[in-house]
Design a protein around this ligand. Structure first.
Ligand code: BG6
Length: 497
């Protein structure tokens, strides 16, 4: 047998892209609710109004400089479309959607709680009962089918009020406010949710600090402080979880991709090393329990001062993550030999195209070996149980007139992904807990805010402007994945074969 008997097969999602119903049940706004839609050619934008009543927008591009003007109020502006507000309406479809996951044999479902559904302003005196009741129902529905919920506490959706008033995670006050939120949901769901992670792709703090930490002014010092505060908050979450129910586990969630040198010039290899550290620094601290020298040297050189205390480092050392979960969609290529950067991907900053690999329409590489490579790097460095919590293929799927969707390209991609991780388990001996592909049901793309960049096993009738019936239609990949799960990863055959 390749995978453990209790291997956690399933799918992953995020409230800000899936849940919708942003104005229902007394939910407050989050940072991502003021982010417009975009496309491959045009960036998503954060919208605002200044103190003279003039409205404006600031483009948000991963890996590129971003700074909001002073004296503005982040807000929705009429005429713009804000796709995260509507997602694909999990809020009203959760029973139907979870049933489809159960029918496919899911053992787990990764989702996130919207912090501003529990504390609409981030610092309210009492939690919002409507929000707590909603997640009660969702978890009960999962458990009805013996699906283990796996919950991200913050998936790019810091409450907007905390962003506006404190400038996001660069302010230490967020550690305290997050701790209240975390304790509220841990106590409420302690007998229903065993697996948790704190911040989705925590290293997004370096690459897109507005998403990662609600930073309005991401100077290098604010970014460093934001990361530090999230490390302390994560350690506190591990501590709280273990004391509330010793069965609960809190993992790290990291964006990680293998990175290749374009040439054998040692300078290219140095580029790879530096690029790798934008991810591995975060695991070195949250999983390894200490700040690595290379980052401390950088802080010194840039005169960056953290707003820290000696107790922070005790927490970081004593309450490391219980497991290391990560997203991995492909790989990237680094070089000093070409100026022109081509390839994309969630870690594609400064990357060029890999001549050996195909890409999708958004420039994300399709690398059949990326999971084996990623699993080995992370296993060798940390020796903590690993969990692939995101992997999948974004494609502009077409719904046929007979309501079918023939996504053989996705089956091909997922098939090589399962093969790659099975090699890491059988040949290399990594300890892999589970695989939750992105995503069971189509949802809004995080990077572009589009609907047409679809990842789901199930198609949702909704277009880039949020129009559509929201009806669900199973794609061919749904049946394929069902067979994979039923055979615990042994049967990777194509459908109809
Ligand atoms: C990951 C994020 O980076 O990639 C998800 O955690 C996101 O939120 C996924 O949806 C795919 O990216 P995109 O931009 O294609 O939606």
């Amino acid at each position: 047998m390749v995978f453990k008997k209790n291997f956690l097969w399933g799918g992953a999602s995020a409230a800000n892209q899936y849940e919708g119903a942003y104005a229902s049940g007394n939910r407050g706004l989050s940072a991502i609710d003021v982010l417009t839609n975009g496309s491959n050619e045009s960036a998503r934008k954060v919208t605002w109004e200044n103190n003279k009543g003039i409205t404006g927008e600031t483009p948000l591009i991963w890996g590129e400089e971003f700074d909001l003007p002073e004296n503005i109020t982040l807000k929705e502006i009429p005429g713009y479309h804000y796709p995260s507000q509507h997602g694909t309406d999990f809020y009203h479809h959760f029973k139907e959607d979870i049933k489809m996951m159960a029918d496919a044999g899911f053992k787990t479902f990764r989702m996130s709680i919207s912090w501003s559904r529990i504390f609409p302003n981030g610092d309210d005196k009492e939690p919002n009962q409507n929000g707590l009741d909603f997640y009660d129902q969702v978890f009960d529905e999962c458990l009805k089918y013996k699906i283990e919920p796996m919950v991200t506490l913050c998936h790019y959706d810091t409450p907007l009020s905390l962003v506006q008033r404190y400038g996001g995670w660069s302010n230490r006050i967020l550690i305290k406010l997050f701790d209240r939120y975390v304790n509220t949901v841990f106590n409420r769901y302690k007998n229903r949710v065993k697996y948790w992670t704190t911040f989705n792709e925590i290293n997004a703090m370096d690459l897109c600090p507005y998403m990662g930490g609600g930073l309005m002014h991401p100077t290098p010092e604010n970014i460093a402080r934001g990361a530090h505060n999230q490390f302390v908050a994560s350690a506190k979450a591990v501590k709280a979880a273990h004391s509330i129910n010793s069965k609960m586990q809190v993992g790290q969630m990291l964006a990680y991709s293998p990175q290749y040198a374009y040439t054998c010039d040692p300078k290219d290899q140095i580029e790879v090393m530096k690029a790798q550290r934008t991810s591995l620094f975060y695991a070195d601290v949250q999983v390894g329990g200490r700040y690595p020298e290379y980052r401390l040297n950088e802080y010194k050189k840039q005169n960056i001062r953290l707003d820290d205390s000696p107790e922070d480092y005790e927490l970081i050392k004593n309450y490391t993550a219980d497991f290391l979960s990560f997203s991995c969609y492909g790989s990237t290529v680094m070089t000093t030999h070409q100026q022109e950067k081509g390839s994309s991907g969630n870690l594609g900053v400064n990357s060029i195209n890999n001549p050996y690999l195909e890409t999708n329409a958004w420039g994300w590489s399709l690398d059949p070996d990326c999971l084996r490579l990623a699993l080995n790097t992370l296993w060798e460095r940390y020796h903590k149980p690993l969990w692939i919590v995101e992997n999948g293929l974004g494609w502009d799927d077409k719904l046929n007139s007979d309501n079918t969707i023939h996504d053989d390209y996705r089956i091909k991609y997922l098939r090589s992904a399962v093969k790659s991780m099975s090699e890491a388990v059988t040949l290399d001996g990594v300890d892999l807990m589970g695989y939750t592909l992105w995503t069971p049901i189509d949802l809004v793309s995080n990077g572009t805010g589009e609907m047409k960049k679809r990842y789901g096993l199930v198609y949702v009738d909704c277009d880039d402007k949020g129009n559509g019936t929201m009806k669900r239609y199973k794609k061919d990949s749904y049946s394929w994945y069902k067979r994979v799960i039923a055979s615990n990863g042994e049967d990777l055959g194509l459908i109809n074969k």
